[in-house]
Design a binder for this molecule. Sequence first.
Ligand code: PLP
Length: 391
Amino acid sequence: MQRSRAYLDHNATTPLRPVAREAMLVALTQEGNASSVHHEGRAARARLESAREALAGFVKTQPKNVYFTSGATEALNLALTPELELDGNKAPFEMLLVAAGEHACVLAGHRFPATAVEKLPLTADGVLDLAALDAALARHAGRRVLLALQAANNETGVIQPVAAAAARVHAAGGALVCDGVQAAGKAPSDFSALDADVLVLSAHKIGGPQGTGALCFAKSRHHILNGLIRGGGQERGLRAGTQNVAAIVGFAAAAEALAQAGVAEMARLAGLRDRLERAVKALAPEAVIFGAGAPRLPNTANFAVPGVGAEVLLMALDLEGVAVSSGSACSSGKVKRSHVLEAMGVPPALAEGAIRVSLGWNSEEDDVERFRIAFVRAVETLKAKRVKPAA
Ligand code: PLP
């Protein structure tokens, strides 16, 4: 079916998958609070627990290790605290290491004192610098260290060496919290692949609804003393508040669809992404594709054409019916310079032209072709405006 627009901003939010919508519509017609003991309540509880089982299967842990939250931002704010107890170890974490390219909710949302937080550099390709991690662990020897490292970056799609970092952190007696939001379903991103201690997911990045996510633990003896939302003791006391069962059911349906799509879908997306990048290079050979030298998610392309500003290009593409993003989406709608590209050492003038195109489950060749045509038209117009004819 010919669509009126090409939505190529899946890393910002992914359109709801039909299976998730169907599951949610059914759940919305079923009354009952999952904490009530009557028939309706028990039925709601059953839907909630079956969703928990599905998510647990998706990340390869036990259902009792999965907690539903309002999204990844909340889950990461909840997890990143000195009071995080893992595998029965009650000793508080004394130091938080964060990779410089983490999402804002990790960089700013932690509950460690500012003096106990250290940023680790990225390489020019956008990968965590493991030598810098080794040096930081040696510097903090004798202190309990927590590392926050995303499985893949939302702006560049660069896949992070989570298992290698986890081995180093574990050898030093520390633990690793992994933001698996962007990698889920697009790169190996369960506990067996990542060896993380904590893994966080967001429903709306995998074709589920906005406003729900999960905090998952690898092992069962865990606790967080200072929860963020206190009240009725839901989610086994870790996250109070009546669960949004319909949204959680949609989340689980999306995760199951993603698991079924498997590697074939990753290969399909990589094919589309490569085609799109070839189109960019064909028109503008001087374009720089960020993170191209590192392993990347198959759905993400982040590039800049020197001399072409992101904001004007984004608006020109939007007028042509193509939705992409510049840098990372932020709530004010304003484009701010990317801290990720800065950490990769990209010169500010080039970074200001960064455009992110991100594909997903409903992206098709037509969308890429539509992007190509719009991109050619936009860049040629913008370049022509720059080259003013002599008076
Ligand atoms: N982590 C990454 C890598 C993201 O891309 C996002 C969303 O943009 C988040 C965390 C926050 O997720 P949520 O929207 O569920 O709070």
